[in-house]
Ligand binder design. Structure first.
Ligand code: TRP
Length: 435
């Protein structure tokens, strides 16, 4: 059973390099293959607007990062893979959280404080180059996380503070409106490598020392040839310690291959030969992915379709959940009772929605219909009645992930209200005991 929800996003502001691949993309694709994990991966394009004012770059980066993730093996059937700006509930939740977040809390956020400190050091106005978007960055990020009830968010150390802030906002919301939001935790991957760049410093766009992940193979060869090494001659033993070349090799190689290179260093391998080994080793892992990357890049329409399908899936959760949150804060239909939940369960039985299990041509299904008999959810086919029955039970117990894994939502976006209400009524009835 997939009980742990893990969510992560990448800001669509640049072209993925080897450091991104080793530090973020490869481990997150590996994590998505764990059977107990339900993963959410998204392209943080609203976040990109905070620092990038070039529309073409945003679009291009979105395409490149999506293609990279897919080429690296992310399976959109298995995970929920979407674009932030396709989920209108995220900016809506951002506003709810904006009203929860203390300004003093946001004053301490790193991204904003870094700019502030820079301004102060330069003797400039403290607000110079600070958009309200930069200031609100952690709130948008909290909405990303809280919308999908993520338990864990794998991030680099620099992002831990943002996860803590998301927890704070969720706790304030829950305190005021009831336990609706799940408090997330940062998942720090200790053993994930930070890759050195061409000059030996951490590989980073801001140092201009990156190696593109999917550049042409000749570029990869040339970039590796240009790596900084010491001046030891062929035949002279070389130190692995502090060798960026060695570190990058290690990030791609098996333990055995790494030991072999260490031996070669000790035996005085020429730098040119070591570079050739590094090039070949990276190429071995990257070349097959580069092929699918190029195929994907040549077909942006296909990526668009994948992201749309991912957004549909994501919205099966976000639309009813946002409806629940709107009810919680008091954004309600005026005709409704002030306590809509109680009014519903107390209402006539005929109006209750129903979860029905049935059999058709040797397969087993379940469906959810509202009080008027309108079909809201239709499951896939199952081989055994037990498989369908277990999901029905989980759905009744409040496990929304069933909506993602096994059900096909009909009209998920046009009837979110009906779906949210039906689920709520169903769960309250389940809590009240068997009927
Ligand atoms: N801030 C993250 C970064 O710059 C990207 C991001 C946006 C994110 N929203 C998120 C990461 C939610 C994890 C969860 O890399």
């Amino acid at each position: 059973m997939k009980s742990l929800r893990v969510l992560t996003g990448i800001t669509t502001s640049g072209t993925p390099h080897l450091g991104n691949y080793v530090g973020a993309i490869r481990p997150s694709v590996q994590a998505s293959l764990r059977s107990e994990v339900q993963s959410f991966y998204f392209l943080a394009d609203y976040h990109a607007l905070i620092k990038v004012g070039e529309p073409e770059r945003i679009q291009q980066s979105t395409l490149e990062i999506a293609a990279t993730w897919l080429a690296a093996g992310l399976d959109p059937e298995r995970v929920t893979f979407y674009r932030q700006s396709d989920i209108p509930e995220i900016p809506e939740l951002t506003w709810f959280l904006t009203c929860m977040a203390g300004k003093g809390l946001l004053n301490r956020a790193h991204a904003y404080k870094a700019q502030l400190d820079k301004n102060l050091a330069a003797g400039a106005d403290p607000d110079h180059d600070v958009s309200a978007g930069l200031f609100m960055y952690p709130v948008l990020m909290a909405a990303d996380i809280l919308m999908f009830k993520a338990h864990q968010v794998p991030v680099g150390r620099d992002q831990i503070q943002h996860i803590e802030m998301a927890r704070d906002m969720a706790a304030s919301f829950n305190h005021l409106y009831g336990p609706h939001l799940v408090l997330p935790e940062a998942a720090i991957e200790e053993q994930v490598a930070t890759l050195p760049g061409l000059d030996g410093r951490k590989m980073s766009k801001s140092y201009d020392n990156t190696i593109a992940l999917f550049g042409p193979t000749q570029t990869l060869r040339k970039q590796i040839a240009s790596m900084v090494t010491d001046s030891r001659k062929p035949g002279e033993p070389k130190a692995t310690e502090g060798s960026a070349l060695f570190e990058i090799y290690r990030a791609f190689a098996t333990a055995e291959e790494t030991r072999a290179l260490a031996q070669a260093y000790a035996h005085g391998i020429a730098w040119a030969d070591a570079k050739q080994m590094l090039y070949e080793r990276i190429e071995r892992e990257v070349a097959p992915m580069r092929e699918s990357y190029e195929r994907l890049m040549a077909d942006p329409g296909r990526i668009e379709d994948i992201l749309r399908a991912g957004a549909d899936k994501a919205r099966r959760l976000s639309t009813p959940f946002m409806h629940e949150l709107r009810q919680a804060v008091g954004l309600r239909r005026l005709g409704q009772s002030l306590k809509p939940a109680q009014a519903q369960t107390g209402g006539p039985k005929a109006l209750l929605p129903g979860l029905k299990q049935y059999r058709e041509e040797g397969k087993f299904y379940f469906k959810l219909v509202d009080g008027q008999g309108q079909l809201l959810l239709q499951s896939r086919a199952f081989d055994s009645p037990r498989a369908a029955g277990e999901l029905v039970a989980r759905l009744k117990q409040g496990d929304d992930s069933v909506l993602l894994e096994y059900a096909e939502c009909l009209e998920p976006v046009s009837a979110p209200q009906a779906l949210a209400q039906a689920l709520q009524a169903l769960r309250e009835a389940a809590e009240a005991g068997p009927t």
